[in-house]
Ligand binder design. Structure first.
Ligand code: AMP
Length: 144
């Protein structure tokens, strides 16, 4: 019985846990580092997705990467914020999962990533799945 229940949780689709794209703070290819920093600071998130103009996922940008890119030898070179684009420094290795993916795969990926980017069959970004929401599901099931 317990095993059956465990399997059904792990095989569940992730769809119910997805934060939809319209609620996700994003930046787009071509945006300046200055714009990205504003979005990061205003949203309060440390890393957010970078999408292209077809809404496909191209990378992630974080406050740390931006700040690191403007550190000079003796000072912070703030002028660089307006001179460079997000695609020049973004991380291109992104943890992704298909919107029809199963919970077990999300759980596996979330070991090393605080959030996963969710895509549809065409590679269009549909939202995010956070480690927090995955842990909350496991906690609920263990408690019951
Ligand atoms: P949380 O578990 O809610 O703290 O989210 C973990 C990480 O997922 C955050 O630090 C962000 O990088 C990302 N994240 C969560 N929700 C959003 C959102 N609505 N927009 C952009 N990024 C998000």
């Amino acid at each position: 019985m317990i095993n059956e229940e465990k399997e059904s949780i792990l095989d569940n689709e992730i769809s119910e846990l997805i934060i939809p794209a319209h609620k996700v703070a994003i930046v787009q290819i071509g945006n300046s580092l200055e714009h990205a920093l504003l979005v990061l600071i205003k949203s309060g998130y440390s890393a957010i997705p970078v999408l292209d103009h077809d809404y496909k996922l191209r990378g992630l940008i974080s406050t740390t990467i931006i700040m690191d890119s403007i550190l000079g030898l003796e000072k912070i070179e703030y002028e660089k914020l307006g001179e460079h684009k997000v695609e020049e420094i973004m991380m291109t290795k992104v943890a992704r999962i298909n919107e029809n993916g199963i919970f077990f795969r999300a759980l596996e990926l979330s070991i090393n990533h605080p959030f996963l980017c969710v895509e549809n069959e065409e590679g269009v970004f549909v939202g995010l799945l956070t480690r927090k929401s995955i842990l909350a599901v496991i906690h609920r099931h263990l408690k019951n």
